[in-house]
Ligand binder design. Structure first.
Ligand code: 5GP
Ligand code: MN
Length: 324
């Protein structure tokens, strides 16, 4: 058992009014791990608030989310716990509101500087949800009901449905425990996945149709402009997961997705397979993440940002490998 986890369990047992924070534009691991911690605290009879710079994305509105989800830090809190945040900037505007002396960090990103007073960073964990499950075990809370559901959503999201290399035996064992504790896996996955709008389908068709290939087909690139988002009536949530599909093209070892932000800045997502390390590339632009999935932002315009990233990703590729 890692010591920071025991210390965190002790603090949660001994204190009340916990602020649960997660990264802005939260994905399933951020929402799932934050809500899972809320369930744990609720079962321990504690008061808590879930605060995130972004409102709860509509795609997660069906989830069993305990308590309230607010976009501002509560005025009074005992400790704050930042979940799934690779660095303090991932908290968005909440970064400057939170007191670092009362901040606990629970995360699994490479290169996390440990920006809290107490930091539990496990880069071998496939999701932050997996770490929160260990905390539930330590605190004697069973993985039933909403807790199991939220943990499962966190795991499914960050492991790409248990397909990424980060999926370890412990991940599948935890999923099995959650199923044994009563999770309806078919219904949960249906509610998580079958939520597309026709607008989203149109966005994806257009963006995927515009995919380009570079470096002898080893790098795939897609771009999402503000104009496309406005014309298709879609939002940032609808772009979630798009980048992964560039990896489906035979021979592609790394995928680059760029998305234009309203102010002209560009948000990027990188994905790779095997030993191609896109975390280093993202870090060289001030971003971060994992070896096979990373992100960050840089200046526009969109096409110049894409060219810069494609060149950087291409330069990080090793010698070509034979394809079967
Ligand atoms: P996504 O491409 O899905 O937005 O993010 C992929 C991974 O990169 C996630 O692990 C996420 O936490 C990380 N990531 C995405 N954007 C940023 C960023 O701006 N800064 C840092 N440090 N990490 C990011
Ligand atoms: Mn995560």
């Amino acid at each position: 058992m890692p010591t920071p986890m025991r210390d965190i369990a002790r603090i949660l047992r001994e204190h009340d009014d916990i602020a649960i924070l997660s990264h802005e534009n939260p994905d399933g691991d951020a929402v799932g791990s934050a809500a899972a911690l809320g369930h744990i605290l609720s079962r321990l009879g504690k008061r808590f608030t879930m605060a995130n710079a972004s409102p709860l994305p509509g795609q997660f509105s069906w989830m069993d989310i305990p308590g309230h989800w607010t976009t501002a830090l509560p005025t009074a809190y005992g400790f704050a716990v930042a979940l799934d945040c690779g660095d303090a900037a991932r908290l968005g505007p909440l970064e400057h509101a939170v007191d670092p002396a009362r901040l606990i960090v629970i995360d699994h990103h490479l290169g996390n500087p440990g920006f809290g007073a107490l930091n539990w960073v496990d880069t071998t964990s496939s999701s932050t949800g997996e770490m929160v499950a260990a905390l539930a075990d330590e605190l004697g809370v069973p993985l039933t009901g909403g807790l199991g559901q939220c943990l499962y959503v966190a795991m499914v999201t960050d492991t790409g449905d248990f397909t990424f290399g980060s999926t370890r035996p412990e991940t599948l064992e935890l999923a099995a425990r959650i199923l044994r504790a009563g999770l309806d896996v078919g219904e949960t996955n249906a509610r998580l996945k079958n939520q597309w709008s026709l607008s989203r389908i149109r966005l994806w068709s257009e963006v995927m149709g515009g995919m380009t290939q570079h470096f002898d087909g080893r790098v795939g690139a897609i771009a999402i402009s503000q104009e496309t988002l406005i014309r298709t009536g879609t939002s940032v949530e609808d772009c979630d997961g798009l980048v992964n599909w560039a990896l489906r093209v035979r021979g592609v070892q790394a995928a680059v997705a760029v998305r234009e932000l309203p102010g002209g800045q560009v948000k990027f997502s990188l994905r790779s397979v095997g030993n191609v390390d896109v975390q280093r590339v993202a870090a060289s632009f001030g971003g971060g993440g994992h070896k096979n999935a990373s992100g960050g932002s840089l200046d526009g315009p969109l096409d110049a940002a894409q060219a810069t990233l494609v060149a950087a990703v291409g330069a990080s590729l090793g010698a070509p490998i034979a394809h079967v």
